[in-house]
Design a binder for this molecule. Structure first.
Ligand SMILES: [Zn+2]
Length: 275
């Protein structure tokens, strides 16, 4: 079975990737990094529910405030939208078995998660380092480092940079969100998602796409819970905010990628990693 995938086409044939059980990845302390409120549920909702079912301590760090999803809404100005999206995150994660006390909102501005040379990067790295030091996770789920969305790549970069300055060496498991088809890559995938694409997909992280190992996690037993958790994000999946015609909406086509009985994960293949 070919489970070698490249950075440019990580999801070209996901059904060919090996299917794994959650017991192969269960650790007592797990952190999930979400660039925006909803990424943790879309990308890792099944894993979160399974890990919580096994009694693992799962914490979630939401990097940005999600306020670019409906930037022109009068009914939901930025401060209101931020609160709404936070409450949706807490509702979704409650469904998946994560208590509100295990959820942290870093509050970075949506669309502006600091990139490599941003003056805001150092303070964001410090915040990430402090967060990780307190939890000392054995596993971190984080966005795929080559995701087309700049906030996703920047989130990966912040965590990676924070870890380089620490003695922790957790297992890093990356999840794709916007890589599912060529049409979504580099085109801007809706207001608040992908609209800061700078043209070079890999420029902030590494000029050489590494070989990675791709695998699927069997989440069939938790799929119903995951679907309920996704539905908790009403601002992103319904017409709840109806006064911004350019507002972001997760379409049924997009949601198909996240409502399969498995989730796709990617890990960088290193000399001491196994596949
Ligand atoms: Zn996102």
């Amino acid at each position: 079975m070919n489970n070698q995938v490249t950075a440019t086409l990580p999801l070209s044939d996901p059904t060919a990737l090996p299917l794994r059980s959650v017991k192969e990845i269960a650790q007592s302390k797990v952190v999930v990094i979400a660039p925006h409120p909803d990424d943790e549920t879309l990308g890792c909702g099944g894993a979160i529910a399974l890990l919580r079912f096994l009694g693992c301590d799962v914490r979630v760090l939401v990097m940005s405030d999600g306020t670019l999803s409906h930037p022109r809404s009068q009914k939901f100005p930025s401060s209101v939208l931020r609160s709404l999206r936070e409450s949706e995150t807490l509702s979704a994660l409650k469904i998946l078995g994560v208590h509100a006390s295990a959820v942290t909102f870093l509050g970075l501005k949506d669309g502006s998660v600091p990139l490599l040379n941003s003056p805001l990067k150092s303070s964001a790295v410090v915040a990430c380092r402090n967060y990780l030091a307190e939890i000392a996770p054995q596993t971190i789920f984080l966005p795929w480092r080559y995701d087309p969305h700049p906030d996703h790549r920047a989130s990966w970069n912040l965590i990676y940079t924070a870890l380089r300055e620490m003695s922790l060496s957790p297992r890093l498991i990356e999840y794709p969100i916007w890589d599912w088809d060529e049409e979504q890559q580099g085109t801007g995938v809706g207001a608040g998602e992908g609209d800061r694409e700078s043209g070079g997909k890999f420029e902030e992280n590494s000029p050489i796409p590494p070989q990675v190992i791709g695998w699927r996690l069997d989440i069939e037993t938790m799929l119903e819970l995951k679907n309920s958790a996704i539905a908790a994000y009403r601002s992103q999946t319904t017409n709840l905010i109806d006064d911004d015609p350019e507002g972001f909406r997760l379409t049924p086509e997009m949601l198909l990628n996240f409502t399969r009985p498995w989730e796709v994960y990617l890990e960088v293949k290193t000399a001491d990693s196994c596949c």
